[in-house]
Every structure is written in C-alpha cells, then in structure tokens.
Ligand binder design. Structure first.
Ligand SMILES: Cc1ncc(COP(=O)(O)O)c(C=O)c1O
Length: 375
C-alpha cells in the first residue's frame, strides 16, 4: 500500500548515480578500492584506527563476537529491546544471549540491570544505541572493565550519534553499524565494523573474506601467490557498488542528521500538544540522530489499532522494535518488564530527511483525531 506520508523515504540524488557510474566504468565492482575509500572515510569520521565494511550489521556483530572468541558455554549480555540481529548474532556463535532490561525513558540498556545479570560465564555485553540514541556508555564500560567483559556496541541505528564527545560505535571495544534502508546513512543493505583493536581488526577482516586475504589486496601486489584457508571465514564482503553509495551518503551525513534533529524537535512540539502519547526522552549525555522517531502511547491505548487507523488515513506508522526475551527462538527465562512495556506501547512515526514540517502537521492532526476516537 502506498502512503501519503510514509514512515521513511531514503534520500539519494545525482551524486550517488555519478559515484556508482564511476565504479561500473572502472571494471572493478566487487570488493575493491571504493570499499577501501569508504572504510577510510568511516575511520576518519569516527576517529578510529580501523573500519571494515561488511554486508550488514548482523554480520558485523557476528564477526565482533568471533573476534573475541565467543563460543558455546559463554553468556553475552544483550539489551532486550532490540532487533533480532542482536540476540541472533550471539546464537550464531553457539553462545547464550542473556537479556538485560532497558531504561523506560531512553529505551537503552539499564546498567544496574546489566550488573545483576553477570555470572562466571559472562564474556561480553552488547548495548544497543536504540533508534540512534547512545546508551549510558560510561557506566556500561565501567562495569565491563571491572568484570572483564568485552563491549560490543550495536550501533546499527547510530552512525553519527554521540555519547558526550565520543561517537557511538567508537566507545567500546568494537562498534557495529547498519546501512539498511531505514538508517540515516543507507546503502540499501550494508554494514561497518569500527575498532581501535588492531588484532581484532585483522581477524575480522580475514573472517569477512572466507578466512583468506582479499582479492583486491592480492591484485595490488606484484607477486603471485595462492591463498591458504586458515580459518572458516564467511562471505561478508561489501561490494564497490554498495560502497559508492556509502561514500556519498557519508559525505552528506551531517546535513542529514541536522535536518532530522530539527524534524524531531518539531515532532516533539506537536506530540506535547496531544493527549495519550509522550514524546521520546533524550538523555542529556546524548546527541540523538533519530534513526526513528519513537513515541510511547499511554497504557490502555490499543497501539496496534492506532497504527492500523493511521495507515488507513495515509500515515504510515510501525511498532518501535522487539522485546527479545519473549521470542520463542531464545527460550529465555529472563524478565525484562520495561522492555515488554515499551514493545507494547511504542509507535514509530514518519521520520526521514525529506520529510516536511507541513507533513508533520498533517500526520499529527490525524494522530490526534485517531487517539480521540480510540481513547
Ligand atoms: C539494533 C539493531 N541491530 C542490528 C540490526 C541489523 O542490521 P542489518 O539489517 O544491517 O543486519 C538492526 C537493523 O535494523 C537494528 O535495528
């Protein structure tokens, strides 16, 4: 169904077309020089030593866990309110995701709840920077360093977000980003790993290419050699066509973020005038990039009906994301009441670079009338 006001509309223009054309004309379209350029730009932007471009954030998380030897018998603390990728990546390694409840305001991992879940089997923690708002990284890092845990940031939604003065994804041991269509920097599908840990970077790069050296690195040397398979690696490579889009999107990123922050402020003002719904909470420590604009409906309001009614009136809305601990695949005994509550009440409203204030006026007055009808 098409909507008058969609939830998202990725922004591309002639710059992406030109950059893709250059790659197509170059004759090298798989992983090659454009990926290298994108990785370098990402490292410079984030201020990290190494960036590794991959197929998506799910493969980034998988490689990050493998780089730290996470395997069967290990427990990994995972922020409960998240996308399936976070818990699944732990399962790919044969380890157990242990779900940690979130703060009811920011939807991010609650450091106190994290502390309570640590056992002798806990090896790592994956805080999620939910919807583009960084988690409380000082407290999470402090607990992790006291308990000897690796910190892998699920920064899928947070390229360009900041916690205090540091970029999300560049604060823990390894940061993982997504360039999926709903992200502020999108390549359709895509991901990036960022780290200052040279040994981990070398291993993750190798594991992203079957466990051998990359074809481009081989192309660049004069000597002929046949690579050996030393590890069971994966095919998690990004192509140069994808990287061409990424390079342009990264150049434009600050403008995209600034505009989305303006739009979020405008949404906040509108939501504050409407009964039965609360605007999202922003922590004083965070520079929120609003991958999504997710509000909370009052308890007792039928969120799913609100979404359906909005859809029928041309405004696309969605749930926020998922409460992981209740998903059958994890067979979890964890209790995360805040996450469950948010899972049931959250509503994502239209948010994208090209959205206009006029459209927010229309969407918010439709939302107000829908809520008046239902409450
Ligand atoms: C919090 C979170 N982690 C991981 C992912 C997975 O990203 P990808 O689709 O690039 O694998 C997503 C996707 O939206 C996400 O929201």
């Amino acid at each position: 169904m098409s909507h008058n006001i969609p939830l998202l509309r990725p922004y591309f223009d002639s710059e992406e077309i030109e950059e893709i054309r250059n790659v197509l004309d170059s004759g090298w379209v798989s992983q090659g020089p454009k990926v290298k350029e994108f990785e370098l730009l990402a490292s410079q932007y984030l201020g990290v030593d190494s960036s590794i471009a991959v197929t998506n954030c799910t493969s980034a998380l998988h490689l990050a866990l493998l780089a730290h030897g996470i395997s069967k018998g290990d427990e990994v603390l995972v922020a409960d309110y998240t996308y399936p990728a976070t818990g699944h990546s732990v399962m790919y390694c044969g380890a157990s995701p242990i779900f940690v409840d979130v703060d009811p305001g920011t939807y991010n991992m609650d450091p106190e709840a994290m502390l309570e879940k640590i056992t002798s089997k806990t090896k790592a923690v994956i805080p999620v920077h939910t919807f583009g708002q960084p988690a409380e990284m000082d407290e999470i890092n402090k607990i992790a360093s006291e308990k000897g845990l690796v910190v892998i940031e699920d920064a899928a939604c947070a390229f360009g977000a900041k916690y205090k003065d540091s970029f999300a994804g560049a604060i823990g041991d390894i940061g993982c980003f997504s360039f999926h269509a709903r992200k502020g920097l999108t390549t359709g599908e895509g991901g990036m790993i960022a780290t200052n840990d040279e040994a981990a970077a070398t291993l993750m790069r190798k594991l992203s290419v079957f466990g051998i050296t990359t074809a481009w690195d081989r192309e660049e040397t004069d000597s002929f050699f046949i690579p050996e398979f030393t590890d069971v690696g994966y095919n998690y490579k990004m192509s140069d066509i994808t990287a061409a889009v990424g390079v342009v999107q990264l150049r434009r990123l600050n403008r995209t973020i600034e505009r989305k922050r303006e739009l979020a402020k405008y949404w906040d003002e509108k939501i504050e005038e409407i009964d039965s719904i609360e605007a999202p909470v922003t922590s004083k420590n965070s520079y929120h990039i609003y991958q999504s604009y997710v509000s909370l409906l009052d308890r007792g309001v039928d969120r799913n009906k609100v979404i359906q009614k909005l859809q029928s009136k041309g405004v696309q809305a969605q749930i926020g994301t998922y409460a992981s601990h209740i998903q059958p695949v994890y067979d979890s005994r964890d209790l995360c009441p805040n996450s469950l509550d948010i899972f049931n009440r959250a509503i994502a409203l239209p948010m994208y670079y090209g959205l206009e204030e006029e459209e927010i006026n229309t969407a918010s007055s439709i939302l107000e009338s829908v809520l008046r009808e239902l409450v």
